[in-house]
Design a protein around this ligand. Structure first.
Ligand code: CTP
Ligand code: CA
Length: 225
């Protein structure tokens, strides 16, 4: 992390990002969600805007201010996030999927608050669409960057996701370790692509965002040349 990310190096690019958790309704007052704070995605959006890109940030429910110069679209569920991304992806040149998207939603959310009774209960869940895989598999796909937050076998899991989803790059991080992952101010990333990898951090998410964008920009130029 020695070089400073050049000021206008992403001028002319349209960066679309997802960030934060999604909420999958059980009934009008309850939902299924996860521990994402949204900080890594918001830091990346801010850094991309500072680097001169047009930035669209599709965010699940988070407690963060919109970074300067960023167009923010708020969504709740994975299905809404999928639709919001697909509606904005046509002229996107770099797509970064930071969101912790719920893999499943409740099959039939209740219209009214569910009342308890003496029996146990089971929730039927159905698969959500994979936003990142759909973007990467689309016609004229942008440069696609995925994240992989893992508790075990980080490299192998991340590499599998990169290949399965057809991504240009994946950024893997450990969760449940001190100083990394969800709800942490600092993070460390193992970034890999077809034929290379680099370790970034541990450092504050703002600094890490600049370092990751620098790697993205280099790989994007390589792909274009
Ligand atoms: N992702 C997405 N849409 C989904 C699920 C995941 O866009 N429905 C994106 C995430 O934003 C992340 C990447 O895919 O960039 C990997 O997410 P992750 O949950 O780690 O991988 P999955 O493929 O869902 O596999 P699993 O949860 O089983 O590890
Ligand atoms: Ca998942």
């Amino acid at each position: 992390l020695t070089t400073l990310f050049p000021a206008r190096s992403l001028a002319g690019e349209h960066v679309v990002l997802t960030a934060g958790p999604t909420r999958e309704a059980i009934d009008p007052v309850r939902y299924i969600s996860n521990r994402s704070s949204g900080r890594m995605g918001f830091a990346l959006a801010a850094a991309a805007a500072r680097a001169g890109a047009r930035v669209t940030l599709v965010s699940g429910p988070v407690a963060l201010p919109t970074p300067p110069g960023v167009e923010r679209v708020d969504v709740e569920s994975a299905a809404q996030m999928h639709d919001a991304v697909m509606a904005r992806i046509a002229d996107c040149t770099i797509f970064i999927a930071c969101a912790a998207v719920a893999d499943y939603r409740v099959a039939t959310p209740a219209d009214a608050k569910i009342k308890k009774n003496d029996a146990d209960m089971a929730l039927a869940l159905v698969r959500n669409p994979d936003i990142l895989a759909d973007v990467a598999g689309g016609a004229q796909a942008p440069f696609t960057v995925g994240f992989a937050a893992e508790t075990n076998d980080m490299q192998a899991n991340a590499e599998g996701k990169r290949r399965r989803k057809g991504l240009d790059m994946i950024a893997a991080n450990w969760v449940g370790r001190p100083g990394s992952g969800f709800d942490a101010e600092d993070n460390a990333l193992e970034v890999s692509w077809d034929g290379g990898s680099v370790a970034l951090g541990p450092s504050p998410k703002t600094r890490l965002a600049e370092a990751l964008l620098e790697v993205v920009e280099q790989r994007l130029r390589d792909k274009q040349s």
